[in-house]
Design a binder for this molecule. Sequence first.
Ligand SMILES: *Cc1c(COP(=O)(O)O)cnc(C)c1O
Length: 393
Amino acid sequence: MFDLDTIRRDTPGCLDKVFLDSAGSSLPPEPVLTTMIEHLRREADVGGYVAAARQSGALAAVPHSLARVIGAQATDIALTDSATRAWNDFFASVSLGPGDRILISGVEYASNAIAALGRARSTGAHVEIIPSDQYGRIDLDALENMLDDRVRLVSVVHVPTNGGLINPVREVVELARAHGSLVLLDACQSFGQLPIDVTELGIDALSATGRKWLRGPRGTGFLYVRPGLVDALEPAAMDLHGAEWTSENSFVPAPDATRFELWETSVAARLGLGVAADCLLSIGTDTVWAQIESRAVALRQGLASIPGVDVHDRGTQLSGIVSFTVEGISEHLVRDQLAAQNITVTVSGRGSTLLDMDARGLDAVVRASPHYFVDEADLDAFLGAVRRLQTSR
Ligand SMILES: *Cc1c(COP(=O)(O)O)cnc(C)c1O
């Protein structure tokens, strides 16, 4: 059952402010925080190795919890320290040669594009941009025309960092499959927000972070790799956890996705990540999404009714990321004026999603991303503050 009062009491940070930045770095639930602090104390008491051994059960459960959220098996999960690391680790393990093609989407995240361009430079592969349709989504007809057997990988950003768009993942996978191209899903902004079922989507790999919609700790993320595929992939960096050193000149990679993991990690953060996934599972991904969606709809409607405010979200079905600008006031000033009233929003700048921002002639947008712990009074306070920004101009 969804009990907003309990949820808010478990999220002390939301009680004295209007927090609308779960697309940036959300507020963790109290059990996540407690788990992490307790583990740090344990490490200070008995040392990191003994502390980890005492939590071995909880640690082993972390990939199971994450896997449950996306309908995968624990062995398909590699825990990392960020979504970017996960994306890069998978991408780097896909072999590329001269003339190979990598397709990225119009809302590609900067770090993905930078990695793709870097590898294209060193391998002779080409990075090409899939055109967007009239709604800003991946243009499926255009994609179909681009696909051939030289396309090694299609990168799909499920939900971009700068607005409410949701890309049609299933449809992209169907087309890519027909040409033997891999699909890597950047689920950084959809994981913890939208229900995701990797089997239903049919994707080959997925990268996600802990600190955004999952409400987990910073410095956490994970990679999902489709079972059956992992054998063909050699991670660029493997250590004594991801592989076994078997003789003077041989080693054997782990048989599952853990070949992408490194041994050293923040155990406290990893435990916190597992608790965050459990919190999400206890509320239910469908409920979480319904709650987020209703708040985003209310925000967009409210903003659209304010003179001088432009809402920039594109798409046919919209996520919980609400993007807008206020005529005559810079995005940074909007953010700062709201911050002075205890309202947290962020600015998404051109550089994060360069292709999309340039295509729309935008330099920056203000981003409001309400999670399920945001209540109606918060939404009213935010809309009132935006209205006053306008009239005080
Ligand atoms: C935040 C974000 C990332 C990067 O996540 P990190 O955990 O910071 O590495 C990747 N893609 C999208 C769409 C994002 O919004």
